[in-house]
Design a protein around this ligand. Structure first.
Ligand code: F6P
Length: 343
């Protein structure tokens, strides 16, 4: 009988609990035990666990967040922490570890695989959808649907008041949420981190729209988008343990600039963590479930150092290190489609 650990790290997202449930159910089916590691890599550093029997995962499928808790702890940041992770692996008497996370959490998993902890399998999660080697990460679909609904709501108030509304959505380095929620919500301009903002062009699109009698507009901007002539708008300079700054503020900066240059009354709405909370969509529940089941099957087949992934409609597995090599930025062909509807 094997002992399988499971942890969830980085920003939470809807779909984590379906993965945990699937890992436990599939392991139990094969007669194995699952140990829950609390709060991502922090739990491995601190040897902090909880039992994960069938009862613990009963009823969690529709719940957002993660019953294990999460953190942005990076054991490679503090001297001695990697050794503590390895010690905990032994103390917990684990045979394998399923790490569920994005670029940062799985980056640690890929490094550990090379540094003497080879029995790891990765599961890709992030609302940003920016992990390579998988067509989709779970959490993204829910975030897009939440953002789309918000854009729908902003539309009715923007139209009634003849205003521009700037909707700032998440997306640190990749504009996937802005792009898909923007297309689905009928945005008049979509601005993403991959393409520097040309404020002149944005204003001329909005003026042209006004010119044809449309006195309201919705501008969707990803939090990581930057002006052509300036740097990123930051909330604070402090870096987290993976070296990320806290973003936010581009919506306000953009709204002010649009109002100044066009004279159109403008409001800004920052959707923030609303996009990460709440119940997962059916797509994310199914994807999380398929990923969780496949992760255990990789463990049972001793296929370590791999990450489960979606390719078309199939669940496959890919080398962990390939998945974290480079970020998957937004598809420019999709952006060209979005542009048809600008203005
Ligand atoms: O990585 C996912 C993400 O939601 C990003 O889109 C966003 O920049 C970041 O996490 C926010 O992190 P935090 O929850 O630490 O504020």
């Amino acid at each position: 009988m094997a002992r399988i650990g499971v942890l969830t790290g980085g920003g939470d997202c809807p779909g984590l609990n379906p993965v945990i449930r699937a890992v436990v159910r599939r392991s139990h089916m094969a007669g194995h035990t699952v140990i829950g590691i609390k709060n991502g890599w922090k739990g491995m550093v601190e040897n902090d666990t909880m039992p994960l029997g069938l009862d613990a995962v009963s009823g969690i499928l529709p719940k957002g967040g993660t019953i294990l808790g999460t953190s942005r702890t990076n054991p490679y940041k503090k001297e001695g922490d990697v050794e503590k992770v390895k010690d905990s692996f032994k103390k917990m008497e684990l045979d394998a570890l399923v790490a569920v996370g994005g670029q940062d959490t799985l980056g640690v998993a890929a490094k550990l695989t090379k540094d003497g902890l080879p029995h790891i399998v990765g599961v890709p999660k992030t609302i940003d959808n920016d992990l390579s080697s998988t067509d989709y990460t779970f959490g993204f679909d829910t975030a897009v649907n939440v953002a789309m609904e918000c854009i729908d709501r902003l539309h009715t108030t923007a139209e009634s008041h003849h205003r521009i509304i700037v909707a700032e959505v998440m997306g640190r380095h990749a504009g996937w949420i802005a792009l898909e929620a923007g297309i689905a919500g009928g945005a008049d301009v979509i601005l993403i981190p991959e393409i520097p903002i040309d404020i002149e062009e944005v204003c001329s699109i909005l003026k042209k729209r006004h010119g044809r009698g449309k006195l309201f507009s919705i501008v969707v901007v990803a939090e990581g988008a930057q002006f052509k002539e300036g740097g990123m708008v930051l909330q604070e300079q402090k870096l987290d343990s993976f070296g990320h700054v806290r973003l936010g503020g581009i919506g306000d900066a953009l709204g002010a600039e649009i109002e100044k240059r066009t004279g159109f009354e403008t409001r800004v709405s920052v959707l923030g963590h609303i996009q990460r909370g709440g119940s997962p969509t059916a797509f994310d529940r199914v994807l999380g479930t398929r990923f969780g089941v496949k992760a255990v099957e990789l463990v049972l087949n001793k296929k370590f150092g791999r990450m489960v992934a979606l390719s078309g409609i199939k669940i496959i597995d890919v080398p962990l290190e390939d998945a974290v090599k480079a970020l998957k930025t937004a598809d420019m062909e999709l952006y060209d489609i979005a542009k048809v509807f600008f203005g």
